[in-house]
Design a protein around this ligand. Structure first.
Ligand code: ATP
Ligand code: MG
Length: 443
């Protein structure tokens, strides 16, 4: 059973007047004892099929009447262009086969009335039924756009001759601080799930010079927010001989490419979920300004926000700051005291590190964190001591500096965050098939 004809192509007018066989799932079905209107969906669209008892015979017609929502069917008929039809085409059916039926004792559970009646509310109901919710047009559009985003990232880096490189997911030490580490029993020892690919990428930096990945990272985020998952997809890159400015240029480059690829390939999907295409076009076409942390603090203080120099900016502050941004902005030169040991201290102004966060507008906040790495062995040892971090777990990392360390840096981009910001989703869990947070690991 090879499927060659997709509803999207039929709606694009490629089969007008022809007899074709369509395969898909029943989205809706209504009608009388003589005629039924079956709305068929597949991964590319929907089409109404007009099924007359006279045309397909009594027995088949009874089966069609019994084909409940989400039954899978094969249906053959002539395609007619018709302006009044949804999508501009309809099928006049001549035969129909029910492939996978739905038991009337257990009809498809996701209905308007079930959502309204759900004890725990609509959101929890849909998360409980995530495995079935994936079939709705909204989730289908989200997953298709997500795939485009992954493709854009791969293409951006591969076009520039970056090597795709994989790091282990079981690790001995933290990258982003101990409070969000997931501990895993490991043959009588304790290890952790990785929070980032970075430290292992730095080990390969002298071999590959330009490297990237898209991989899951794990963080035990206790508080549930619109932009945190416990398992998220992390696009990370590392470049030898690079400065903070050059790394920001790549961050801007990849985000603008994602926005532009979405516009070019997924404008229908963006519109179907209500996204304003002009905003996405602006993010694709405009340069992203760079602003120092100190300026951001002054701006926030000017807005009456209670924030002091030296604090890392959490979401509550980023939200206020980015509310009035019309494009993403880089924030650079955070205070050294706000950042971990691997951020390189600015050789000209020792109280700052050469780092950046890219903050998305519309009140969204951080989508990228990156910068130059502490690359000299002596500086790295001093920074670890200063922090009181145990060096044992980082010996391999220190070694990378002992043998021909060079200036280098990179960034981490939250792929799910970029998807949810660019699609205008209300919550990060809308853009990933099976979201994981502190309360939910199923289905
Ligand atoms: P935040 O302060 O927003 O929690 P972070 O500074 O801890 O983020 P980084 O360590 O800089 O995050 O990670 C790089 C990028 O990975 C972030 O800019 C963000 O886009 C993404 N990211 C980090 N944590 C999460 C998470 N829990 N869920 C989804 N994406 C995340
Ligand atoms: Mg960060």
């Amino acid at each position: 059973m090879v499927k060659t004809i997709f509803i999207g192509d039929v709606q694009a007018g490629k089969y007008d007047g022809q007899e074709v066989e369509l395969m898909g799932w029943v989205k809706r079905s209504r009608g009388s004892n003589k005629i039924r209107f079956v709305v068929l969906r597949d991964s590319t669209g929907v089409i109404q099929c007009v099924v007359k008892k006279d045309a397909i015979g009594e027995e088949s017609f009874e089966q069609v009447k019994g084909a409940l929502i989400e039954s899978s069917i094969k249906i053959t008929g002539i395609i007619n262009a018709d302006e009044r039809a949804d999508g501009g085409h309809e099928m006049i059916a001549s035969s129909i086969v029910i492939v996978g039926s739905v038991n009337p004792q257990h009809p498809f559970p996701i209905t308007e009335s079930a959502m309204k009646a759900a004890d725990g509310g609509e959101t929890e109901f849909l998360l409980d039924n995530r495995h079935l919710y994936l079939r709705t047009s909204r989730m289908t559009a989200m997953l298709q756009m997500r795939s485009t985003v992954f493709g854009s990232i791969h293409n951006y880096f591969r076009d520039l001759d970056f090597t795709e490189y994989q790091a282990p997911n079981f690790v001995a030490g933290a990258v982003e601080g101990g409070s969000t580490l997931f501990e895993v029993p490991y043959f009588g020892k304790k290890v952790y799930l990785t929070q980032s690919w970075q430290l292992y990428a730095e080990a390969a930096m002298p071999a590959l010079e330009r490297l990237y990945t898209i991989a899951p990272s794990f963080r035990a985020e206790k508080s549930r927010t619109r932009r945190h998952l416990t398992e998220f997809w992390h696009a990370e890159m590392e470049v030898a001989w690079a400065t903070n400015d050059e790394i920001m240029t790549h961050g801007e480059g990849v985000v603008r490419k994602i926005a532009s690829d979405l516009l070019e390939n997924r404008s229908t999907e963006l519109e179907s979920i209500g996204r304003d295409l002009e905003l996405v076009a602006r993010y694709a076409d405009s340069p992203y300004p760079r602003m120092r942390y100190d300026e951001a603090i002054e701006t926030l203080q000017g807005m009456g926000v209670d924030v002091e120099w030296g604090q890392d900016l959490d979401y509550s502050k980023e939200k206020v700051l980015t509310q009035d941004f019309d494009v993403p902005h880089f924030l650079t030169h955070y205070p050294k005291i706000a950042k971990p040991f691997y951020h390189r201290v600015d050789p000209d102004e020792g109280q700052y590190v050469l780092c950046h966060d890219l903050l998305a507008p519309e009140g969204y906040g951080e989508i990228i964190g990156g910068g130059e790495r502490t690359w000299s062995e002596a500086e790295l040892l001093a920074r670890l001591d200063e922090e009181g971090t145990d060096k044992a777990a980082y010996q391999f990392y220190i070694d990378t500096r002992s043998y021909g360390g060079v200036p280098h840096g990179g960034f981490g981009l939250g792929v799910d965050r970029v998807c949810s910001w660019l699609t205008g989703a209300d919550h990060i869990r809308e853009v990933i098939p099976f979201p994981r947070d502190s309360r939910r690991v199923s289905p």
